[in-house]
Write a protein that binds this ligand. Structure first.
Ligand code: ADP
Ligand code: MG
Length: 316
């Protein structure tokens, strides 16, 4: 977590923001004992669990994204993630990665897709062995809380970075929009695909197969899984960046669109209807083509032309 606030005395606001994130981590972590998610998963197939209203609200948002994405975003994919070693481990250094066999995957896939059932703040997982994993939406949702806390402390200019999500609270102190670098998915963390303006109040979220992966039998396996196959998504994309007003949705949909692929993402955007149509996108294909939707044209600075990327502004 990295929060930069422009304010004459930001210390108190920053401490409060950190506390807000810690509170949500204690609710949504899959590894912390007693978290809402831990309790919910332990009670799967057995009994409903009372959760914090913030957890219920997030699960509702996750369920909606799951349905609208036709389950490309699946908040109950945890058993499958665990089988690959991308699950509830403390850190990447302690993770044990392996390629699960087909029979095992099929068994685990039968635990996915049945979404958590909500009744107010009471939640249940229908099938024993099911588990919620909010890894693809929780960081975004936390950013929304940080914005609220900072605003309440009088901060009107800040950048909030939680994992691959960056939220602009207001503009830079001089009134110009914050500028964000988007990584070159093939650059090993060193090179940049582009620089772009992040308008006030917007979040950009990037999902890519290059972020977490392991190699086995000469193959690369990454941490965004296609719920249809149980295998790392192979949609022809190297990365997806989503710019949206709601940080949780930016997070969830960057993951969902990475699974769905460029064609489906652009079809949804061009249709002018639904959640994706209200967002802006940067899609990087395996052919090194970069689609940028028109809302990001102003302030876009391509930086990967020498590395072989071609850029195209998509309009509707
Ligand atoms: P990151 O967390 O690396 O920024 P994402 O936001 O794309 O990237 O989230 C990836 C995480 O989401 C994975 O580590 C896993 O916990 C979870 N996940 C992977 N595939 C899916 C999926 N299809 N639907 C929902 N969650 C997923
Ligand atoms: Mg995400």
């Amino acid at each position: 977590m990295s929060i930069t606030a422009y304010h004459r005395d930001p210390a108190e606001a920053l401490v409060a923001a950190q506390q807000a994130v810690n509170r949500l981590d204690a609710l949504w972590s899959r590894t912390r004992p007693g978290s809402d998610v831990t309790r919910l998963n332990a009670a799967a197939g057995a009994e409903p669990v009372e959760v914090d209203p913030d957890t219920a609200a997030l699960l509702e948002k996750a369920n909606a994204a799951a349905l609208e994405s036709e389950m490309a975003f699946d908040p109950v994919l945890a058993p499958v993630m665990d089988a690959w070693g991308f699950g509830a481990t403390e850190s990447e250094t302690t993770a044990v990665h392996r390629v699960p066999d087909q029979a095992e995957l099929e068994k685990l896939l039968s635990l996915t897709r049945d979404l958590p059932v909500l009744d107010g703040d009471t939640v249940s997982l229908p099938i024993a062995g099911q588990a919620v994993d909010l890894g693809a939406i929780a960081k975004g949702a936390a950013a929304a809380d940080v914005v609220e806390v900072l605003t309440a402390h009088g901060v009107d200019s800040a950048v909030i970075a939680l994992g691959g999500n960056i939220t602009a609270l207001g503009t830079r102190p001089d009134g110009s929009p914050f500028r964000v670098y988007v990584r070159d998915p093939q650059g090993g963390g060193e090179d940049y695909l582009c620089m772009m303006s992040l308008p006030a109040g917007r979040t950009c979220s990037t999902s890519g197969g290059y972020e977490r992966y392991f190699e086995a039998n000469g193959q690369t396996y990454h941490h965004i899984v296609d719920p249809e196959t149980g295998y790392p998504a192979q949609s022809g994309l190297r990365s997806v960046t989503v710019v949206a007003e709601d940080p949780a949705l930016a997070d969830a949909w960057s993951t969902a669109l990475y699974v769905l692929g460029a064609e489906e993402a652009l079809t949804r955007w061009e249709s002018g209807e639904g959640t994706v149509a209200g967002m802006d996108l940067i899609l990087v294909t395996e052919e090194d083509h970069v689609y940028v939707t028109q809302g990001l044209e102003e302030g876009l600075e391509p930086l990967g032309e020498e590395a072989g990327y071609t850029y195209e502004i998509v309009r509707r």
